[in-house]
Design a protein around this ligand. Sequence first.
Ligand SMILES: [Zn+2]
Length: 356
Amino acid sequence: MTTRRLTLVVAATLGLVLSAPAAAQTSNPETARALVSLAKYEERVAHIGERLSLAAAQAGWCSGGYSVGWALGEVGQYPKNLRQAVRMQWSIPSGANLFVTAVAPGSPAAEAGITVGTGIVSIEGRAPMRNTYMMPSPHAREASERLIDRSLAEGPLDVVVLGADGFRRTLALAPRATCLTRFLVGADNEEQAYADGENVLVTAGMGEFTGDNEQELAAVIAHELAHNILRHVARTEEAGTPDNYTRFLRRYLNINRSMEEEADRLSVWLLQLAGYDPTAPVTFWERFGPGHDSAHPFGRTHDRWQDRVTALQNEIAAMQAAKAADANARPALLDRADDVPVPGDRPVISQPVPAS
Ligand SMILES: [Zn+2]
């Protein structure tokens, strides 16, 4: 769902130049700006996501993921007439379609000398799948990521990388345990973030809203990662669908609000754990809330932003008291990750859980 959305939003935002003549594409200032913004937030979101995910896994708050500290892109996930501009933006060497969009500092990928723009030309002895069709699609990148995930679960990853200088190197990258979540950026001006159980997607618009305030962007990502750690989408599906539509709507609104509160509360702990400012969600909502208060014809899917700020402040105080008593205190919320909501009372949510 999320990755499908990524393709669509890339096409939508950059689609203005789809009919432009080939020579004009890379010099179109709007396209160039969109790609620069996308590259910037792909790197930033990957760094923050890796840091939160690694800290949570080290604390035993999540499991199931393995990472070498990079994020990947594939030229064919972009519209065909933008692919040359994409190659230039990331300095992708010719001969490579799969490339690195971010490298977390201190990660196995960084220590192996991999940098943004490095091409990947072999994974476990196989050439990465390419999307050579006109239609942009993330499927080739996702196939490579699945192959990499399977390999990392077994041990070091054997890859052949291609640098901008055309130099090929064979590497064995050791995995680090992380949460089972991938961090993605959508080229969309809408200020949004989503979690679908396995992915966290932040739009470039949300990146722009947080500007250069890394703490606030971390607050957004921690909230979405908390949804995945608490298995909100899976737990809702496990509980089944009520047969009565009125009941469905009423329950949907109540459940969604309680899941949002859980994600807010856990986000504070995740931020503290990873060395970010746990009060950043408060300052984020004080800026974001007034222009983005949620409204729904049938009722609220989220609490008023002022109430969310109060709940966040209460959780920060509770966390600080718990940590004063025990430096290794963990949030009791984590124990709810295996709970199934009341059977029959909770609807299936087929959409990713929105951030606001
Ligand atoms: Zn949420």
